[in-house]
Design a protein around this ligand. Structure first.
Ligand code: TUI
Length: 317
């Protein structure tokens, strides 16, 4: 059973299952990351805009709970990005993923300390550029995902990036269960990253209203808000209606920023799921309950094995 769905990504990262937990700002803390890593996946702390000392505390929490590999997502728009990178290097974090920017300028420092670098990309051009810059793998994130989205869907993006680079590709966006895992592998990915499903993990620190909103969501309940090129996928609520009103008034960038400020924290920490930004992916409706991270991983692996058995029966005719 140990070697089922074992890919080269498992060897690269030293993990048992090819499953990463997205490093979501305000959500993916040390508790969540540690529980995913302890269960055989790769847990990832979301540094977001957190100050470096907070990131360091979360890293130390993971190290206390498990000796398994884990990661930190470095958010390149953070005012603390340089300090967060220093903390990651000092704490000898084994893996980093990056969001909303290009980690090229830190690549040499990461390599020197043996940190595996896995940027999130939403285009072929960026994947190729980052492979040349020394990335160990890339996460190809389709626009089904929650939060900031690119233009292409996972189905279209993953095989194009697989064809364009030689490093392992991890698929993200629109994946919730074993069917999605097998589909991603069929597209040539060597692993998957899930965000929304892990938001609903028991160990996820997000407010219970946030989890309940995802669990109650139906298939068409996510929308894209924000200016072209800066779209964010969230669950529909009062805030998204206000965003659409701004759009009708041809609002300026500054007005959007004003309305968007602090909204993820409002939903994730305060539990205001009407005026907060409830970032969640298109698979929200597939999530039916809160459950421990280890159960989520077990369900993904068992689901994938069942799908493979079904496919094998098809092949044999
Ligand atoms: O980053 C994401 N998704 C996000 S970030 C976010 S909001 C947030 N709020 C508060 C604190 C911190 C974060 C919600 N969702 N996805 C990863 C991703 N990054 N997808 C695409 C990119 C990306 C975008 C531009 C990567 C590189 C890039 O430009 C690089 C360049 O130099 O061309």
């Amino acid at each position: 059973m140990r070697k089922v769905l074992h890919t080269e990504l498992c060897d690269l990262l030293g993990i048992q299952y090819p499953i990463l937990q997205g490093g979501m700002a305000w959500i993916a803390n040390g508790d969540l990351a540690a529980s995913v890593s302890a269960a055989g996946g790769l847990g990832i702390i979301g540094a977001g805009n957190a100050p470096p000392q907070v990131v360091r505390e979360e890293i130390r929490k993971v190290k206390e709970i498990t000796d398994q590999p884990f990661g930190v997502n470095v958010y390149y728009l953070s005012p603390f990005v340089e300090d967060v990178v220093q903390v990651v290097l000092e704490e000898r974090v084994p893996v980093i993923t990056t969001g909303a920017g290009n980690p090229g300028k830190h690549m040499a420092a990461f390599k020197e300390k043996g940190v595996k670098v896995i940027p999130v990309v939403s285009s072929v051009a960026l994947a190729k550029r980052l492979e040349r810059a020394g990335a160990d793998a890339v996460i190809a994130e389709g626009m089904e995902c929650g939060g900031h989205v690119g233009e292409l869907t996972t189905m279209a993006l993953v095989p194009q990036i697989v064809d364009a680079v030689s490093i392992p590709v991890i698929a993200a966006g629109g994946i919730a269960d074993g069917r999605g895992l097998v589909a991603a592998l069929a597209l040539g990915a060597k692993g998957v990253q899930l965000g929304t499903r892990f938001v609903c993990a028991t160990e996820s620190p997000v407010h219970s209203n946030y989890k309940k909103a995802i669990i109650a969501a139906k298939d068409r309940d996510t929308v894209l808000t924000g200016l072209p090129g800066h779209e964010v996928r969230v669950l529909k609520n009062k805030l998204t209606r206000e965003f659409f009103n701004l759009q009708k008034q041809n609002a300026t960038m500054a007005q959007y920023e004003e309305l968007g400020r602090g909204r993820l924290r409002l939903a994730a920490v305060e539990g205001d799921v009407q005026m907060g930004s409830v970032m969640a992916g298109q698979i929200s409706a597939m999530i039916q309950k809160e459950e421990p991270a280890a159960e989520i991983i077990r369900d993904l692996m068992e689901g994938a094995a069942a799908v493979l058995q079904g496919l094998e029966a098809l092949r044999l005719g």
